[in-house]
Design a binder for this molecule. Sequence first.
Ligand SMILES: *[C@@H]1O[C@H](CO)[C@@H](O)[C@H](O)[C@H]1NC(C)=O
Ligand SMILES: [Ca+2]
Length: 231
Amino acid sequence: METKMLLFFVLLWTTGCSEVRDLSGKQFTFPNDPRGVNQPHVVLHAKTNSISTMTVCLRFFSQMNRMQGLFSLATVDHENALMLNKDGDGSYKAHTGSDTYIYKKLPTNLLDWNSVCWTWDSQTGLTQLWLNGLHTSQKLLGKSVVRGELSITIGQEQDEFKGGFKTDDSFEGDITDLHMWDHVVTACDIRSYMNQGSFSPGNLLNWNNLNHTVSGNVFIQDADFVEPVCQ
Ligand SMILES: *[C@@H]1O[C@H](CO)[C@@H](O)[C@H](O)[C@H]1NC(C)=O
Ligand SMILES: [Ca+2]
């Protein structure tokens, strides 16, 4: 009994703390442990209660050939308020509120990084997906503005607000350079992001100043997206 209580408090202590950190040059490593303690994931804290326009960019490295969540933003009303998933065949599913668009079979690296950016504007409903310097044509997605307390996770996909994680859409691999903006970033800036050039960091989520909470077996390691200069 006492051991159980102690374990409980240790878990609370190791999973409950948010930390603001400059993660430049670092990655979150999610190994093959989706059933692990607390179903490994990272909660990202953004200071807003409303999103009507956005861009989210991240780089991921994974060989997983099943559905996996790349970015999961839930509100109390919508578990998939803003969600990006990748399927085993390289299809990407973008979801806003209750609307979905599926980009079928985009060429995705299995043994290298993939840089992904997703833009959406609720005024027009237009959305666009960028992958490794290329982009799709514009598509129409929903126009419903995201409102209320936000719950953002990577590593696991929410099927309910702050939870509902399932082993079969968890993420396995590495994630780095995640940024989120409250506007549609220009094509020039997105290309620059993808080529590791200079760009203005996200004003909703900023990898260089990321407020986050790690839960379970997630490791922070050096990322090798930029070729390291070996001495
Ligand atoms: C980080 O996020 C937590 C949870 O939302 C919040 O309580 C805390 O104030 C944030 N820290 C900073 C420095 O913004
Ligand atoms: Ca979901």
